[in-house]
Design a protein around this ligand. Sequence first.
Ligand SMILES: Cc1ncc(COP(=O)(O)O)c(C=O)c1O
Length: 546
Amino acid sequence: MTVSEVMAPDPRTRSIRTINGLRASGPAGPAAAPQLIWCFLVRLDLLLRTGRHHNPWRAIPGRPAFFLPKAAMKRYEALAEAIAESIRSGVLRPGDRMPSVRQASISREVSPSTVFQAYYLLEARGLIRARDRSGYYVTAGSQALLPEAQQASLPEPESAPVAVSERVFEVLESTAERDVVPLGSAFPSPHLFPLQRLARVMAATVPRLDPWSSVDDLGPGNARLRRQIALRYLTDGLHVRTEDIVVTNGALEALNLCLGAVTRPGDAVVVESPAFYAALQALERNGLHAIEVPTHPREGVDLAALAQVLERHRPKACWLMTNFQNPLGSLMPDAKKRDLVALVTRHQVPLIEDDVYGELYFGARRPVPAKAYDSEGWVMHCASFSKCLAPGYRIGWTVPGRFGRAVTRLKLSTSLGASIPAQATLAAYLEKGGYDKHLRQLRHALSVQQNAMLQSVARHFPEDTRTTRPDGGYFLWVELPPHVRALDIHRYALSHGISVAPGPIFSARGDYGHCLRLNYGHAWDARSEAAMATLGRLVRAFRDPA
Ligand SMILES: Cc1ncc(COP(=O)(O)O)c(C=O)c1O
């Protein structure tokens, strides 16, 4: 079978259809169309690669408060997944040349732009590579992956006090050394960020700061920065007003302020299972109970289970991640986000949405946050620049919806404001442009590193290991063979100079004893490969004790 045949759909489903206004019939295609299609494709490729499709004026002022561009971007994902499956199963092999965009669009009966986006996604995931003027090829090693983790978690659906901090601090403190291979770190490599350029912008900005900004930019924060944040939302089709945004000391402060504004000690709060450990620590610190809800590694929290919990336990808030959840990397589909917002709105339970990884997508567009579907203000959206632009500047924000007043007051009475020079610097950086170019490089580096780590897991870990394959972020969740204890791996790995994040720190009850979170946010090199080989040997040793 040829590659083109693999790409062809069932002939019974073939029909005459329109490609961008041009009638194309059957597999042969129209004689007159190629020229025009190529003009279109070249333009589309340029747009995709330069990011100039980020046009702030695409959104139409005067439309209702929250609206989205058409959420019909899923065909390319389905096509990419079908091709990825052909690669994984060995039908398409390393070195095979992919059909041209035109051939694939005709044989798959989708538009050229769908094929382009699918190829772009596959390229970002390291499965295919473009070669100069000769098309796309399947990459070497693209088949050798272990099966994907597919099972949703099954936590106890009960409300319980949280006591994780001791465990979390013990693990994190032991992994903070610089010379440790940082597979357990929560941070990507600082070398991925434009720190020199930010420093130059700061040097030019701070001397010119209006002295009164030290007072004016407290409270909700620097107005220019908030306007830039609002503009970025606008390019993604989400209408947020400057005055809806409160600048904070990183996303963590934003999340804690939101939690503080809507809960009292003894209340119950919904979290994912597994959950970001700092969310569990925040519940513990505030004397709150956690209700852990089943969460799927691809699609996020289980809405049927969440509906039952909202009905039965009447929690005071949900703290969830809809985009690239930490630690699973799950990405909730748009329709599910819409249903989630409808559900919390019906129950009048605030949704504290942590969107710190939303910009780190490997697909063709930024996934919208659940906030995009929030017409009644029940979503308290939180994000920051820490993971995508300026780690260490500690600038985050929240769009707290109907709880704006409570959050602003809490902010004023706890930390007054965020660093004035850091806010001014980020505002000036965003105004100058270049952020999208940086993000494209960052996303590309992360997707390449993810592929390297996935292949390394396949090379070194036992075949009954399962890993997630997130479409963004910089974490893999690894399910080890059932009897291997992640805390043992953590301890032994550390004695070899390697950190890992063991599963139990992501659970109020210490579940996930056989899971690890691994960080692929650092450049892949011989040291990373050797560390993975050591981890693999440790896992095998614990799986098959002598
Ligand atoms: C899921 C998640 N949310 C929030 C944060 C905190 O973000 P920031 O550094 O902006 O406070 C982190 C940092 O590790 C994180 O992983």
